[in-house]
Design a protein around this ligand. Structure first.
Ligand SMILES: [Zn+2]
Length: 421
């Protein structure tokens, strides 16, 4: 099996053996990477999943594919003529990269950031890491003594415990993060190009802050590459390269997001006369009403975009800062609880959204899946597997698997038709 994310079933496939799910795999994957190397692929595909939910462009691709799949199932005519698809993979003649490259570049960027670039380089070059250091193992053993007997993290190695509790011995924020990132992204020129363009314009430190936000909003436009180009040009007068390397990038993102967002809005309006279209807006499209997997996420998104009260306080969740900066541990915690793929399929097992059964005990008000079920029952929506809300997470996982089969039958038919077989 390939490592992949599928846009119709929203499923993730991982070419590795199954291990029990732990929410910490999403929240602190760097600590687990040495013991569970598949997490590098899981995090990458998970980033594609979050990216699709937030991007109007990618969700429109999914919508086009869904319409074609429906047509095939009704008429037997298999055509995959999504207009956006051609633009998606065609490199821009001026900048030299495609929307697909930009999407990939962003996921690679976050994957490296989240998993600690230095650790990845050490692993690749087989340089002994924190894991092997005696002091680290000793620290982990000390922590183990303080854990209650029923603490689920006891099952992990002392090095993981030390990393979870104290972080890496060599945190990369004090190092030249962007240089390491640059080295990594350089390995695949096409994926590296979008980041390299921002880096050339703003210097490496600012590029780390600006690139993911510009890229995120580009994928909320009809012409991501043109927007990307205009945004880089438009932001140059506003942001002078900073030489300071010892910045806390998470703080930098938090303090600068609003301003960069507003600049991007202005550029989009003045150059293209349009506003951003997030994926959740496309999810409201009538044509997706019968798409069982999309329907589930639409309901979650509808829920949390309304103001809500928690312990007497009014909350409003602004999704753009959360989805655009999944590298921020706080944002990733929210994403890990609220937006997990319906199924992650391993070579010999799978995870559903319910795999982390303890979430409800941990923070009951955060059990968004429970809320969705409640809401659908309240609205009298039946739990019909095929075209309405799934009544349970197991059913959702089943629907996702079924969708994967439908998609593969359709793609096969498209290929046969193309080659006149
Ligand atoms: Zn990818």
């Amino acid at each position: 099996m390939d490592n992949r994310f599928d846009r119709q079933s929203f499923s993730i496939g991982i070419d590795a053996g199954h291990v029990p799910f732990d929410i910490l795999f999403i929240q602190a994957p760097a600590a687990f990477l040495e013991d569970f190397p598949f997490l590098q692929y899981y995090i990458h595909e998970l980033l594609h999943f979050w990216q699709t939910l937030s991007s109007g462009y990618l969700m429109n691709l999914a919508l086009g594919e869904w319409i074609n799949l429906n047509k095939f199932e009704k008429t037997g005519i298999a055509v995959n003529d999504v207009g956006l698809m051609e633009q998606f993979t065609r490199p821009d003649p001026k900048l030299g990269f495609s929307v697909a490259d930009l999407s990939e570049s962003l996921c690679r960027f976050w994957e490296l950031h989240i998993l600690n670039p230095e650790q990845l380089i050490n692993l690749k070059n087989r340089i002994p890491s924190d894991h092997d250091r005696e002091e680290y193992i000793a620290k982990g053993n000390e922590i183990l003594k303080t854990l209650t007997l029923d603490n689920p993290i006891r099952k992990y190695s002392p090095a993981i415990l030390a990393k979870l509790t104290c972080g890496s011995l060599t945190p990369y924020k004090s190092r030249d993060f962007d240089e390491l990132l640059f080295e990594h992204l350089k390995e695949n020129d096409q994926y590296f190009l979008p980041f390299a363009i921002v880096r050339a314009a703003f210097g490496s430190t600012l590029a780390t802050v600006l690139f993911p936000i510009i890229g995120y909003f580009a994928l909320q436009t009809k012409h991501p590459i043109s927007f990307f180009r205009e945004a880089v040009n438009g932001l140059i007068p506003k942001y002078k390269p900073v030489s300071e390397h010892k910045i806390n990038v998470n703080d930098f993102w938090r303090t600068n997001f609003k301003e960069i967002h507003e600049e991007c809005c202005r550029i989009n309006l003045s150059h293209f006369g349009s506003v951003f279209t997030p994926g959740w807006d496309v999810l409201r499209s009538r044509d997706l009403e019968t798409q069982p997997i999309c329907n589930f996420y639409r309901t979650i998104l509808h829920f949390i975009r309304q103001d809500y009260y928690l312990q007497g306080k009014l909350f409003h969740m602004d999704l753009d800062p959360i989805f655009s900066i999944p590298g921020d541990p706080d944002n990733r915690t929210v994403l890990s609880f609220m937006f997990r793929p319906p199924i992650t399929i391993f070579n010999n097992g799978f995870w559903t959204v319910e795999s982390a059964g303890d979430i409800k005990k941990l923070i009951p008000f955060f059990d968004i899946y429970e809320m969705v079920r409640f809401k659908s029952e309240e609205q009298g929506i039946s739990a019909d597997e095929d075209n309405t809300m799934s009544s349970s997470n197991e059913k959702l996982a089943q629907s996702s698997k079924l969708m994967l089969q439908r998609v593969s039958t359709f793609r096969e038919a498209c290929t046969l038709r193309k080659f006149n077989l």
